[in-house]
Design a protein around this ligand. Structure first.
Ligand code: MLT
Length: 413
């Protein structure tokens, strides 16, 4: 008898975005007029074409594969040196941050990396997850059997929640008097768009060093940080190399959501405790995991990612980011003018707003779908503390965003 992984049965029935798709599809079937007007500001998926440098690099690399002299089969599991060097230099060293090419592991997505990292961590860690946050952290812990049951309110027994709210600006501080083994942090935050200041991140790093906590820092949206005083990498914070792993992605800066390329940084000196109490470097374990379960990102895609670091590539990705940030400003203004409390959208491509009159966020989702024919993401999908809030994604065409702003203004009170 084949037994299934019972942990999957603890999960809420659907992952957030498939549940949104289910409701949207049902609405479109029932209302052809609504379907024709539908604008999707739900999932944070890019809409604008790939930067021309990436297209040229994809073409060039494909040509190379067409010739015996330049053909390539399996690449290094950790990524080609040309990309690891470009990342280490372009994203870190050029900004005065210590990260070496050998510490970078190229992958096909941050979602995968955030889930896969549990492979190298023990089953009994006391793990903290921000609330609200990207649902992948909690769900992958459930799948890996690191939690108890999921309660009706959507909380997982066994996880420690770091509550973000309007009072703390959706940047939860390290918990006083609590000892955590692992803590996920996500800045710029998905879904709230909040960004921790240098002092707030330093407090987390100090806490982690004092409590032997491993920080899992998701920086997938770092390219959207506009304020030069805000940190874009955890490694800008003194001490972080001794307590943090960082996840980054080309999805949101280079528009690679469909191309697939990301990377994880595991500093050489970062260790965790083995059962016998000895300290073991996580770098070697992650390398072992990657070479056993992964065969690397395709050569053509890595060449495309490398192209983003050229001068032209930087200008083109900056233009993409500008486009989405200008959208975010339009959405922020529209939601504010509608009398809602608004966070995010200034250093992140997500705008986070209170539901009118505090109605439950799935109810407001349904209302926006029916009345405005706009897809948003209900805050409750990101955790209990997201109830009463919703997220609007700025990843869209300008035309659509202006139309969404108009429809928000027209919503009946
Ligand atoms: C989101 O909408 O939260 C993102 O698309 C999630 C992701 O990048 O996987």
């Amino acid at each position: 008898m084949a037994r299934l992984n019972d942990n999957y049965l603890k999960l809420k029935a659907g992952y957030l975005f498939p549940e949104i798709s289910r409701r949207v599809n049902a609405f479109c079937e029932a209302s052809p007029e609504g379907k024709a007007r539908l604008i999707r500001c739900g999932i944070g998926d890019v809409t604008e074409p790939l930067p021309p440098v990436a297209i040229a690099a994809l073409r060039g690399a494909a040509e190379e594969l067409g010739s015996r002299a330049t053909f390539r089969g399996y690449g290094p599991e950790q990524g080609y040196p040309f990309l690891r060097e470009a990342i280490a230099h372009g994203d870190y060293q050029a900004r005065g941050v210590e990260v070496h090419a050998s510490e970078i592991f190229v992958s096909d997505g941050s979602k995968c990396d955030c889930g896969n990292i549990l492979d190298i961590l023990g089953p009994d860690n006391r793990t903290a997850i921000p609330d609200p946050v990207y649902p992948v952290y909690a769900d992958t812990n459930v799948m890996a059997g690191r939690t108890g049951a999921m309660t009706d309110s959507g909380a997982c027994e066994g996880l420690f929640y770091l509550e973000g709210n309007a009072a703390n600006g959706f940047v939860p501080p390290p918990p006083a008097g609590e000892k955590l083994d692992v803590a996920y942090l996500c800045f710029p935050n998905n879904p709230t768009g909040a960004v921790a200041t240098r002092a707030q991140l330093q407090a987390w790093v100090d806490y982690a060093l004092a409590n032997d906590t491993l920080l899992l820092f998701d920086a997938a949206y770092e390219a959207y940080v506009q304020d030069p005083a805000l940190p874009r990498s955890i490694y800008e914070i003194p001490g972080a190399r001794g307590c943090a792993i960082e996840f980054r992605s080309f999805s949101k800066n280079g528009g690679f959501t469909g191309v697939r390329c990301a990377f994880t940084v595991v500093p050489a000196g970062l260790t965790a405790a083995a059962a016998d109490g000895s300290r073991v470097p996580l770098h070697g374990l992650w390398g072992r995991r990657m070479s056993t379960k992964f065969n690397g990102v395709s050569y053509v895609v890595q060449r495309a990612a490398e192209a983003l670091y050229t001068e032209a590539g930087r200008a083109q990705t900056a233009a993409l980011v500008r486009h989405y940030m200008d959208n975010a400003a339009i959405l922020r203004q529209a939601l504010g003018q509608a009398g809602l409390t608004v966070f995010g959208g200034e250093n992140a491509p997500y705008v986070w707003a209170s539901t009118p009159g505090g109605v439950p966020s799935w109810d407001f989702f349904d209302r926006m779908l029916r009345e405005a024919n706009v897809v948003i993401t209900p805050g409750a999908g990101f955790g209990r503390a997201g109830e009463g809030w919703f997220r609007v994604s700025a990843f869209n065409s300008r035309e659509n965003v202006l139309e969404v702003a108009k429809r928000i203004a027209e919503l009946r009170p």
